[in-house]
Write a protein that binds this ligand. Structure first.
Ligand code: F6P
Length: 387
């Protein structure tokens, strides 16, 4: 194997956790160490570990048996090192583990940057102290935006797209998404039986941040009668009319799938700042409860709410995500070997490729209103609250 400029790299997981992270870590590590002889330093708790120098040399044993493990063996955080309003971090004493000495060496000559150094400076110090030739980061929009900034600052970085929201620009799919779709679909299946038994309208609120991918896919897979997405602002009168039509056809129960970022037409008409304020001030804990109250008020139908929450991020990865995460991980190892930095691994159509991190940064991939699945859903009488 030709010699790469990368002898040792750091790997971290950042942002919301999801099933598949460990499968991706395993893919990177087995390819990078097994095929390319690289050393791997695990950085704990995302970018916070990089700022604080919380890292350890990883061994073969760290990567075996983790393909099917949920969560992340490295831990994660939502640390944003370039966020302007942050105080400079204090550098914690490097927690050294018994290792081949690289981490101990780092501890010995850990730069004495402490009070007053900016977080990006502390990151650069950690990378120097740990003698890292590159960084591999697994994360969502925020993580890959930070990765792009680090690359612009001269740090060789490679990103992998991770999130249950599936809202990362440049790739058709991120790992974690299909596991969450499976979890949400199973929950919707369960709601069907109790909705039918009680002749109720069951509202299930799903994650997805500002995108509706999770609600759309799980809504179609679970046979949701009404699906409310951030991308299609809903008119509650249209929702109520759809429920009335079902009731007139003898269907006294319905399933309403609501993305956590779904908006009413009234909200969508507000300027962004006002919309945020209105949402924060609303009298319900989350959008699912508001939609339930609006339906009860409009139609008199009995409603109940399930907010699926963090169950969508827990547990073991679905088979699809194990495969995708492994493919992404090994592709990242190839980019390390080729010295192609400043890029994020992608899946487009049926091929694994990569895109410049600068193209991904600060962008979100939302559901196009002409996405084929919206047409599919409408053809099986699903209502999106807009007709
Ligand atoms: O980005 C993944 C995600 O689960 C979103 O769907 C959700 O809005 C957010 O993270 C929750 O953030 P936290 O884990 O910080 O509560």
């Amino acid at each position: 194997m030709k010699n790469s400029a990368v002898r040792r790299f750091g790997i971290l997981t950042s942002g919301g956790d999801c099933p598949g992270l460990n499968a991706a870590i395993r893919g990177v590590a087995k390819a990078a160490s097994g095929r390319y002889g690289m050393e791997i330093v695990g950085i704990n708790h995302g970018y916070r570990g990089l700022i604080e120098g919380d890292a350890r040399l990883m061994t073969e044993a760290d990567f075996s048996g983790i393909l099917t493990r949920g969560g992340t063996i490295l831990g994660t955080s939502r640390e944003k090192p370039f966020r302007k309003d942050e105080k400079p971090a204090e550098r914690s004493i490097l927690q050294t583990q018994s290792a081949a000495g690289c981490v101990d060496a780092a501890a010995d000559n850990a730069s004495d940057a402490s009070y007053g150094s900016s977080k990006p400076e502390l990151i650069a110090n950690t990378i120097a102290d740990l003698q890292l030739d590159a960084l591999v980061v697994l994360g969502g929009n925020g993580t890959n935006t930070t990765a792009s900034l680090l690359y612009s600052a001269g740090i060789p970085v490679i990103g992998l797209p991770k999130t249950i929201d599936n809202d990362i620009w440049g790739t058709d799919v991120s790992f974690g998404f299909h596991s969450a779709v499976s979890i949400a679909t199973e929950a919707i299946d369960r709601l069907h039986t109790t909705a039918h038994s009680h002749n109720r309208v069951m509202i299930i609120e799903l994650m997805g941040h500002k995108a509706g991918w999770l609600a759309l896919y799980a809504g179609v897979a679970g046979g949701g009668d009404i699906i409310l997405l951030p991308e299609i602002p809903y008119d509650i009168a249209s929702v109520a009319a759809s429920l009335e039509r079902r009731r007139a056809a003898g269907k006294e129960f319905s399933i309403v799938v609501v993305a956590e970022g779904a908006l009413s037409v009234e909200e969508a008409a507000l300027p962004k700042k006002e919309r945020k304020k209105a949402r924060a001030a609303m009298a319900w804990p989350s959008i699912g409860y508001r939609v339930a109250a609006e339906i009860q008020q409009c139609s008199g139908m009995e409603t109940r709410v399930t907010v699926l929450g963090y169950l969508q991020r827990g547990g073991i990865p679905a088979a699809y995500d194990r495969v995708l995460a492994t493919a992404f991980g090994t592709a990242a190892a190839d980019l390390l070997q080729a010295g192609e930095f400043g890029r994020m691994v992608t899946k487009r159509a049926d091929s694994i490729g990569s895109i410049a991190l600068a193209e991904v940064a600060d962008r979100t991939r939302t559901v196009p209103v002409d996405h084929y699945l919206i047409g599919t859903a409408r053809r099986v009488d699903t209502c999106f609250g807009d007709d």
